[in-house]
Design a protein around this ligand. Structure first.
Ligand code: GCV
Length: 711
């Protein structure tokens, strides 16, 4: 069901909400009676459309202070609608300069929100409500964002499709003949989207795919962008566009798109002027250039810096920025993992101050586990921003329960050692270690027209987690998971039992939080343990395909390029005897990764080609350890099924059944990963599957034929 059709269900939803609140009121005195009266859980149907922002019966609160502007009025309205504090309380909004408050941060106590900006007040309201709802203390708190720009990247195409999207079609672009008209339904949808983002501190949205069509800068596209910007602006969200580097030639009909050509420079200047006439607070451009076949400055013998700076100069008078992606690699037998570093480090210091280099967390491509990209900390005189992938391209699409905060936390807390011990990726990107004119972080969105926005309830937690980590890059995954659970699966939905805070905590929050926290490592274990990477079948990036190597396909698009399995062992040799990618890491990491004994085992096969009989720290041979990891991954997902079944009384029927069904598929597909990989690699190891490991249930030849059926 998509949102538009879903809006016709609004009346039902409102009735459900009223009924839920009604139950909430009565729950303290006579829950059992109410339950026996309604006799069914169906009335509490929840399609997940409210995300972590469910309506609650609020208490009375008075807001005082200046409420002159629409944003402050919005902040007051949100506070009143969600207030869970003392009945009859008064809260003061104060806009006052304070040196301890940075960017759109705020100071908070139970009856005052202070900020340097209106947007800071709005963020303070959402934070206060979150604390109330999750029973966190509200002392005197100063909260400042880690990054100035906290941005969602939508890979949405103008025809309405979403690249690597698993939650329906685009919420921004419809495609076809109705593309241009903006309906009331569109506006309401964009407002709801903006509100969800603002509630977690996101302040920017790139509205279209980085694989950008030159038409993204056509007047029709810009007009719709302008309409979207209008709905996002009240929530403090700026819009950005991805651009195609050949736009001057393709759209402007110039002979070239050479960034040093004066005609091209002028074309961009006048295009940027046109954009700002329509959207005065436009954020800037995101650029994928000379990557995966897209055009770029290298086509004209120029560098990334030439290309980025030309655009930056055009945007500078308006305060716009360029986010230039470092995701570059070309078809070759050389190690793809090294290319971004090789191309960008020599350019350090050559970019304008309104250019930010956008770097994926790992050197390859959003894999279940990668070491951090060696560009973090190596670019010292250039603004650099992490790019995370919220949409689960390589982690089970929206068909598997994988909470991604642990993956991002692992990256942010990785120590690059570039400026001594403690030079974490977080510190290398948030301005703590290097003076950056702009600090930023991006997440590739997992949002579409599905009623629950993200394809399933737990996928929403990844959108939430990205926003929370963008605001505070030191947050722990556990806190994020707990917060999200408390706001998303509210206890008032548990109507079939007498719920006390204690059994809510013990029987629901603790086990489900544990499941979420284990889910990423679980996905690593059943798909690519011990540093394996990119062994998917085909282009869908869902199921296993360590065997996948169609004749004629670029080698770096085939799994054997990455796993290098042979009769001697498995893994990509990136030591000094191999591709020497280890040299891109600062000491002591270089030496640590180089030596097979000191290399962390969870990255072993990323950096080393290791004999099958190699003795692991557990005492197992590498082969036995690999099989054991695959086995434990499948067993964990089986455990998730049980955990979920146990929490049935605490979850509304819709979401319970949806996730139950999803976990069934998840387990089956984890089993396919395990069987496919073990049986395939066994052809090289020639060793028996250890007896503690469950026997395969699928045949390899069947799985190899099934590869294109996923998902
Ligand atoms: C938008 C990977 C994905 C592509 C994506 C690309 C990128 O290769 O599979 O779909 O393209 O990354 O990040 O540019």
């Amino acid at each position: 069901m998509n949102l538009t059709s879903n809006q016709s269900n609004n009346t039902l939803n409102i009735m459900n909400t009223i009924f839920r609140d009604f139950i909430h009121v009565f729950s303290t005195c006579s829950l059992v009676l109410v339950v026996s009266l309604i006799g069914t859980q169906n009335l509490l149907a929840n399609n997940g459309n409210d995300l972590w922002l469910s309506n609650h019966l609020s208490k009375q609160v008075t807001v005082i202070g200046s409420l002159k502007t629409p944003m402050l009025q919005l902040a007051a309205k949100e506070l009143k609608n969600g207030w869970q504090g003392r009945d009859g309380a008064t809260v003061l909004f104060t806009i006052k300069k304070d040196k301890s408050i940075k960017l759109d941060g705020f100071r908070l106590d139970s009856n005052r929100i202070q900020s340097n900006s209106e947007l800071g007040i709005l963020y303070g309201v959402y934070d206060l409500l979150r604390r109330q709802q999750t029973s966190q203390p509200i002392g005197s708190i100063v909260s400042n964002p880690s990054y100035e720009l906290r941005i969602l990247n939508h890979w949405d195409n103008s025809d309405g499709s979403v690249e690597r999207g698993y939650a329906g079609r685009s919420i921004f672009w419809r495609g076809g003949g109705t593309q241009l008209s903006v309906t009331e339904g569109d506006r309401l949808l964009w407002q709801k989207y903006a509100r969800a983002n603002a509630s977690i501190g996101i302040n920017g949205s790139v509205l279209n795919n980085v694989n950008a069509n030159p038409q993204a800068l056509s007047i029709e596209f810009l007009q719709r962008t302008c309409a979207i910007a209008k709905e996002l602006r009240p929530y403090g969200i700026k819009v950005y566009l991805s651009i195609n580097f050949s736009s001057p030639a393709e759209l402007g009909k110039l002979k070239s798109s050479d960034p040093l050509n004066p005609e091209v420079i002028n074309w961009w200047k006048s295009k940027v002027k046109e954009v700002y006439q329509l959207i005065p607070d436009f954020g800037g451009f995101l650029v994928k250039a000379n990557s995966e076949g897209l055009p770029g400055p290298q086509d004209f013998g120029r560098t990334h810096a030439d290309g980025a700076n030309m655009l930056a100069d055009a945007l500078k008078p308006y305060g716009g920025i360029v986010m230039w992606r470092a995701f570059v690699y070309s078809p070759s037998d050389k190690d793809r993992a090294k290319q971004a570093y090789n191309e960008f480090v020599p350019l350090d210091g050559m970019f304008r101050d309104n250019v930010i280099i956008q770097v994926k967390n790992g050197p390859i491509d959003f894999q279940p586990r990668e070491p951090f990209s060696p560009l973090f900390g190596a670019l010292k005189k250039t603004s650099i921003m992490p790019e995370f992938q919220i949409t689960q391209e390589y982690l089970g699409h929206s068909l598997q329960l994988v909470f991604l905060a642990p993956l991002w936390e692992e990256c942010l807390q990785s120590d690059t050692h570039q400026e001594g011990d403690g030079s974490t990726v977080a510190k290398c990107t948030d301005g703590s270690l290097f003076s950056q004119k702009h600090t930023a972080i991006a997440g590739v969105a997992n949002i579409g027209l599905d009623a629950d926005w993200c394809g399933n309830a737990f996928a929403q937690s990844n959108w939430y987690a990205f926003g929370r980590l963008a605001w505070d890059n030191n947050l722990k995954s556990e806190q994020i998971a707990l917060e999200w659970l408390q706001q998303t699966f509210t206890p008032d939905q548990a109507i079939t039992k007498k719920i006390t805070p204690k059994n809510w905590q013990d029987a629901f929050l603790t086990p489900v939080c544990q499941m979420m926290l284990q889910s990423r490592e679980t996905a690593v274990n059943y798909s690519m343990p011990l540093g394996l990477h990119h062994i998917f079948a085909g282009n869908h990036h869902y199921g296993p395909g360590p065997w996948y190597a169609p004749r004629g396909l670029r080698k770096d698009w085939t799994p054997p390029y990455y796993h290098q399995a042979d009769s001697l062992g498995i893994g990509f040799d990136r030591t000094s005897k191999g591709s020497n990618a280890v040299s891109q890491y600062h000491e002591p990491l270089n030496a640590m990764f180089e030596n097979v004994e000191s290399c962390p085992e969870n990255l072993l096969l990323w950096f080393h080609h290791v004999p099958w009989t190699y003795r692991m720290k557990s005492g197992n041979s590498l082969w036995d350890e690999l099989c054991t990891k695959y086995n434990s991954g499948v067993n964990s997902v089986r455990g998730f099924q049980k955990t979920w079944d146990q929490v049935q009384p605490y979850v509304d029927k819709d979401r319970f059944l949806d996730i139950q069904h999803m976990l069934r598929r998840h387990t089956r597909d984890a089993q396919i990963w395990k069987d496919g990989c073990i049986l395939y690699f066994q052809q090289f190891s020639n060793m028996p599957i250890p007896l503690e490991v469950e026997r395969p249930i699928y045949d390899l030849d069947v799985l190899m034929k099934m590869e294109m059926l996923y998902p």
